[in-house]
Design a protein around this ligand. Structure first.
Ligand code: ZN
Length: 319
């Protein structure tokens, strides 16, 4: 064998190596790719279908802006992404889920922002199905997203399930899992609450969208890009579906991150009190309880407490 033949062999071997590496890279990228359907919640001309509306924020607009950015970021990561609506249109919940089914979605992720009547609730939360593999997937995906949102400063209220009269309480989840698609609702934060709004405004909605994209990507990486298949869960409308995993459903009443009159309470029970003049002070749980004790003879101690100035409360504390 001459020198030329040697070189030819080396070249051939090198070429095989390069092609092999390129192929394995392709397979690697393929294995990571998933089909994701994003559902920007609500929609419809004007304030019709606005969702939560707390000027200047209209939920449908925020939902759409966040979903659009999540789509772009996930596509950049090699995933195939669809959106249930590409404009300000009204869709019912089954239309959204049916669309996800029609595009062969592995996951249906409904994007929302929250608000509460008394503007006193805050934090991020994810709702998932109570049933079978949908629950496992929803919890893992939801917590992955929530950990990213917590990194921005939002309190994570966890991934939760809620049971209604016909299976899962939330329609988009009920319809999604009836098509066999693990479905979650991401409630990013309460856009009408001072605590959440401060974070939303300082970080910007783009940071929230990025948090979603990272959370979703981390989840997909954790399952090798292959979302476990879950059987469709068919609910008989008007009846309570059986077969739910024994998980207590969460209700607003058990929400620990608020006090009755909207004074923010952190995980340790420290309460941020804002008096009628707008001055604020943080009380420890023990201090707060001591203050409430001043009106223990009434049925609503907090209602009495909230009428006091900070000066009065300081005096009461020192006694
Ligand atoms: Zn909503």
């Amino acid at each position: 064998m001459g020198i030329t033949a040697d070189r030819r062999m080396v070249r051939r071997a090198l070429r095989a190596l390069v092609v092999g590496a390129a192929l394995s890279l392709l397979i690697c990228v393929r294995a990571q790719a998933a089909v994701i359907c994003l559902d920007p919640g609500h929609g419809g001309i004007g304030t019709t279908g606005a969702g939560a509306y707390y000027p200047p924020y209209m939920e449908k607009v925020l939902n759409f802006a966040v979903a659009s950015q999540v789509k772009a970021e996930l596509e950049q990561a090699g995933h195939t992404v669809y959106m249930t609506r590409n404009g300000d249109v009204s869709l019912d919940l089954d239309q959204r889920a049916a669309y996800a089914k029609s595009v062969g979605a592995d996951l249906l992720i409904s994007i929302h922002f929250n608000s509460s009547g008394a503007h006193d609730k805050y934090g991020s939360e994810v709702w998932t199905s109570m049933y079978g593999g949908h629950r496992t997937t929803g919890y893992a995906l939801g917590n992955s997203i929530l950990s990213q949102l917590a990194g921005l400063g939002f309190v994570s209220k966890g991934a939760k399930t809620k049971l209604g009269n016909s299976g899962d309480y939330y329609g988009i989840i009920r319809h999604g899992v009836s098509y066999g698609i693990p479905t979650i609702i991401v409630e990013h934060c309460f856009m009408d609450n001072v605590i959440d709004r401060a974070i939303l405004e300082s970080k910007g909605y783009t940071a929230l969208a990025h948090a979603d994209a990272v959370g979703i990507t981390n989840y997909l990486n954790s399952v090798g890009g292959v979302v476990p298949k879950s059987d469709p869960v068919v609910f008989a409308e008007g009846s309570t579906a059986g077969g739910g995993v024994g998980v207590a459903s969460s209700t607003a009443a058990s929400d620990p991150y608020k006090t009755k009159y909207g004074f923010a309470k952190d995980a340790l029970g420290n309460v941020t009190y804002v008096d009628p003049a707008g001055s604020s002070m943080v009380f420890t749980a023990a201090e707060w309880n001591k203050l409430l004790g001043n009106w223990s003879y009434t049925s609503d101690a907090e209602a009495c407490l909230k009428q006091q100035t900070l000066e009065v409360l300081k005096v009461l504390l020192s006694r």
